[in-house]
Design a protein around this ligand. Structure first.
Ligand code: FMN
Length: 383
């Protein structure tokens, strides 16, 4: 047996094994040639360790996954044009977001279904963010996780509440619990049609409980049928932004903006910030890649509120491109989950560290010593 195979069997790479999540949490990250050296390798490792239902749920996009692929490929037609002789002996990746200073402009995006990876996953990721001093964006109802983790700067994420009173009580509760901002996901009007989940007969109930282990029955059902026309927040309108703004003092940030006219409306309706996002290619298939949507949104906003972005980020150089096009910070969704699926909390911390280190080096090689000094003059679209 060669070294790599021996390593794999040692780690128990048996998809669906009842023990696999425990192994994820207990395995130290090898620092020798067998440890993952980038986010892509973390994904490969997580894929080997995770149940297929879980891997597909996380990795997958919607329908033909056009946007999922576009989110990655679009980085290929944006080219940095570096500056030289600028003294980059010291490079500072720190930045301030809505009054909170962070060591790097890399936030952890809200992702439902983390328990498909390991039990108690929201708390584990919150702890990793606390250790990495990264801002953690978490779903409504996951406040216990941030309390258990302690010392983490966090933003709450919601898909909205049906009425003004419910919105106000949510906002007050979140503010009282110490959230630094609220993000509102605005591209989740209906459950989307995800072929991988449909093919796997994925049951959304697993998102809370985790995937079934070997020997447990997978409930046979047809989610393709169930997912069609399953409403989440179809009645959400601009009024909602006003309700939240009226009910709390913390910033209200809209996540899922792609159209520049919506960016203008967001500012007019009092949004404190905008996240250019297409939900990681998981809502309407075929929509524009986020790195391509970003410049028009930044132009529409004209510096009135911060613009952030997410989608397809797997490298520090991707982040440099986003910052060059006007993003103040980025969010990463799948990348930390691949760390989580590989080595639990230590894996999340390693992924965040890797992306930060890659960003710092990319900035240095682009001739930029600080986040504020990065601008559109160092990027060009070709093709
Ligand atoms: C497994 C998974 C679950 C997600 N759940 C949510 C969610 O509950 N709310 C939300 O606004 N976005 C959700 N997203 C989208 C992310 O917040 C983020 O926009 C996206 O993952 C960014 O793309 P990336 O994964 O390529 O980094 C989810 C993404 C994934 C991969």
């Amino acid at each position: 047996m060669n070294r790599r195979l021996a390593f794999r069997s040692l780690m128990g790479f048996v998809s669906g094994s009842p023990l696999f999540s425990q192994q994820i949490q207990q395995t130290p990250i090898p620092d020798d040639v067998m440890g993952p050296i980038n986010v892509h390798e973390f994904e490969e490792m997580a894929k080997r360790k995770l149940h297929k239902l879980a891997y597909d749920f996380i990795a997958g996009g919607v329908e033909d996954e056009l946007t999922l692929r576009a989110n990655r490929h679009a980085y290929e037609h944006w080219y940095p044009v570096p500056r030289i002789l600028t003294d980059v002996s010291n490079v500072d990746t720190s930045t301030t977001l809505f009054g909170v200073e962070v060591p790097s402009p890399i936030l952890v995006a809200p992702t439902g279904g983390k328990n498909l990876v390991v039990p108690n996953a929201e708390t584990i990721v919150a702890k990793a963010c606390a250790n990495s001093k990264a801002l953690f964006c978490t779903g409504s109802g996951a406040e216990r996780a941030v309390e258990e983790a302690g010392g983490v700067n966090w933003w709450s994420n919601t898909i909205g509440q049906p009425g003004k009173e419910q919105a106000a009580s949510y906002a007050r509760r979140i503010e009282d619990r110490g959230a630094k901002a609220i993000t509102v996901t605005v591209d989740n009007q209906y459950q989307s049609n995800r072929d991988r989940n449909n093919r796997n007969r994925f049951d959304y109930g697993y998102m809370g409980t985790g995937v079934p282990t070997a020997g447990e029955n997978v409930r046979p059902r047809n989610p393709a049928k169930a997912a069609m026309w399953l409403p989440h927040t179809p009645g959400l309108t601009w009024n909602y932004v006003g309700w939240l703004r009226g009910a709390c003092r913390i910033p209200v940030i809209l996540k899922g903006v792609l159209h520049p006219e919506d960016a203008e409306l967001a500012v007019q309706n009092g949004a404190s910030g905008i996240i250019v996002s297409n939900h990681g290619g998981r809502q309407l298939d075929g929509v524009i890649a986020t790195i391509d949507a970003l410049p028009d949104v930044v132009d529409a906003v004209k510096g009135r509120v911060p613009v952030l972005m997410d989608g397809g980020i797997r490298r520090g150089s991707d982040i440099l491109k986003a910052l060059s096009l006007g993003a103040q910070a980025v969010l990463v969704g799948r990348a930390p989950l691949w760390g989580l699926g590989s080595y639990g909390q230590a894996g999340v911390e390693r992924v965040l560290w890797m992306l930060g280190a890659e960003l710092k080096l990319s900035m240095a090689l682009a001739g930029k010593h600080s986040v504020a000094s990065i601008d559109r003059k160092i990027i060009k679209r070709i093709g």
